[in-house]
Design a protein. Structure first.
Length: 276
């Protein structure tokens, strides 16, 4: 029972950590104060939970828990989040905070689902199954975010066409403005990229634990990384003025087609993505 409770505790940390990263990503690319506050307070909860567990371990073992690789990984993840909290409070270095937390999240994931720890734990199979569940959930959430960028891209082109032709209908007032559509496209991508990245981190860890024979060159893994690169490139070109708004909207539509191709065709050609 204690093992299961501890497993659930670390899983909650992973989920909260992931959510805070999504908010940080939105904030640092779009200067969103609400996202910034949300990310900070969620990360504060994660920090208190991690610190509480570390203190409990010190009290239980009567030593500082860094004598094994498993303990060292946890301490390293805790140290990274401590540094990020210090930087956030005393210095304005947003991107440093974000990247520190990305690394911290990766190591916290490795600690929570470490193969050696799982082999020794009576809830090992449950952890593996739940890791796969969380991986799939974040992947689906990222696909939903990219679908929203598709919707806003279509709406932008529709509103632009109506304004250009000066066609006013009763439904026109219910359509978003060009600015709202543009913001919707960007925010959707800001959300989708970190969600898919987190899913890839969790999925890679699951494959390492659960599969005897797998390679990073799997078609689904390559396709997912290409999705991240594609959407990141779209943001980069748009932010640097090299991609006009209309072209950005069209690019969102075609990018989502690639997401669909990767989801269905990539999964069928993959060596181990059989869950669809």
């Amino acid at each position: 029972m204690a093992e299961m409770t501890l497993a659930r505790f670390h899983e909650v940390i992973i989920v909260l950590y992931a959510v805070s990263l999504v908010f940080y990503f939105i904030d640092y690319l779009n200067s969103n104060k609400i996202a910034h506050r949300s990310a900070f307070w969620i990360l504060s909860v994660v920090y208190m939970m991690q610190s509480g567990f570390l203190i409990a371990q010190i009290i239980e073992t009567q030593r500082f828990p860094i004598l094994s690789l498993y303990e060292g990984i946890y301490f390293y993840a805790w140290l990274l989040i401590s540094l990020s909290m210090i930087l956030q409070v005393f210095s304005k270095v947003g991107f440093a905070v974000f990247f520190l937390n990305v690394i911290g999240f990766i190591f916290m994931t490795i600690h929570t689902f470490a193969p050696l720890q799982i082999e020794k734990s009576p809830v090992g199979e449950s952890l593996i199954s739940e890791l796969l569940f969380i991986h799939i959930t974040f992947a689906i959430l990222s696909y939903a975010a990219f679908a929203m960028s598709l919707v806003f891209g279509i709406l932008y082109l529709l509103v632009y066409k109506l304004l250009k032709k000066k066609k006013w209908t009763k439904q026109f007032g219910r359509l978003p403005s060009l600015h709202q559509s543009m913001t919707g496209m960007k925010v959707s991508i800001y959300t989708g990229i970190p969600l898919l990245f987190i899913s890839l981190v969790l999925g890679t860890q699951w494959a390492f634990i659960a599969l005897d024979d797998w390679v990073l060159s799997d078609i689904k893994i390559i396709g997912s990384f290409l999705v991240i690169i594609l959407y990141s490139l779209l943001l980069f070109l748009q932010r640097n003025g090299k991609l006009k708004v209309n072209d950005f909207a069209w690019a969102n539509i075609f990018a989502f087609l690639f997401v669909i191709i990767n989801f269905f065709l990539g999964s069928r050609l993959s060596q181990f993505h059989f869950w669809i």
